[in-house]
Design a protein around this ligand. Sequence first.
Ligand code: SAM
Ligand code: SF4
Length: 443
Amino acid sequence: MKCCVVTLGCQMNQSDSERIRSVIEGMGFEMVDTEEEASLIGVVACSVRQKAIDKVYSKIRKWNQWKNEKPLVTFVSGCILPADEEKFLKQFDLVFRMNELPDLPDMLHQCGVASEFSAKHPFNDLHREDERTDFWQIDPTYSSDFDAFVPIQNGCDKFCSYCAVPYTRGREVSRASEDILAEVRRLVERGVKAITLLGQNVNSYGLDKKGQEISFAQLLRKVGELGQASGKEFWVYFTSPHPRDMTRDVIEAIADYDCLAKQIHLPLQSGDEKLLRRMNRNHSIEDYLKIVDDIRELLPTATLFTDIIVGFSGETDEQFENSAKVMERVGYNMAYVAKYSPRVGARSARWEDDISPQLKSERLARLSEILKRTSKAHNDAMVGKTYRVLIERVDPRMASALSGRTEGKLPVRVVDAPAELVGTFQEVGITSASELSLTGRLA
Ligand code: SAM
Ligand code: SF4
């Protein structure tokens, strides 16, 4: 019995896949990387980009053709738009939401999948408290020995006008802080070197519990204390925070603990006031720049990453220029620039998608140019200095080199270094810098 799970989209989907894998392995399946080998195939879908949605449809068409040749069961989970869900129900054998994961063995039995679980499978013993969060009690099969995702929250209440997430993942729900801290503690004891706390709005963590849960800043402090007590070295990241909820106490907490990595991903989306309002982001450019100034003041070594959308419905040249200006002013180390595409169900899908594909490409290229310039300036300033680097893999393009990243998540190629260093921290002297990466040698 072999199963292949295809994961599309963001880190949250990767984290979901790790828990899906645990359940399926528990049913006696061997996990494989190639779809052709498997008798059970699933896809963890993403609805943020049209390309990702198109990919799910092309995969299921192919898999359904294979059913003429061999027995095959298919499923889909992850981020699914209500409009797609109805179509998927006709094409896949099983469509489930992540919170239904504890019932996956039963659902697969109903689809005719035999398994080593008897009528009483291990997930019947889960301490079922809240059907929205019980699935987090399932231990994930981590994809890496040294780099792990820890979900702290699911769903989103912000309803940005362009975004599918509130419709695909539902309303915001926080995972219990004691469960988060227990998972972080287990990972630290295992010697994991990088942990990313995941959510769509990590810094509104706990607000849904109305005073019954600690805040995001308090959660960070507890992780920081756990790090200090462990005596181990590791870096903790989080993604994504929302500027609206980015209070100074979050930045202060990061400043106070070594294990809280000095890297912040602060989505901008647009540098124009009017567009931000139409995007329903609920903060001003001034608010955003104040947070940037606080970060620069309290975390002077921090790197800054962002997400920006170009070609949003109605974006004028002048409004686009305002995004370019904020990019110049902030001087990001990294920016993920996306061309706007309407998502069925999201509010902006009712507005005209009036920026031509060509203009969207031109705007994206402009912002990429700015990014390359600001990132190169940061990288140039690192040459001749020594940085701690987490070695992640053998460099795919140079067998005698390794690739890793600094605490600020800047990619570094480490030349003439042995493969056994993968998964360790090393001191690396930076010898040269390019637009989006660094090169160095073991110090
Ligand atoms: N929660 C995060 C925030 O508040 O910024 C972002 C999560 S979203 C799933 C990831 C990124 O996808 C967004 O930051 C945005 O830049 C991009 N994105 C979301 N919807 C989009 C759309 N309709 N068109 C283009 N990019 C989109
Ligand atoms: Fe989408 Fe906005 Fe929620 Fe981020 S905050 S997930 S962009 S609705």
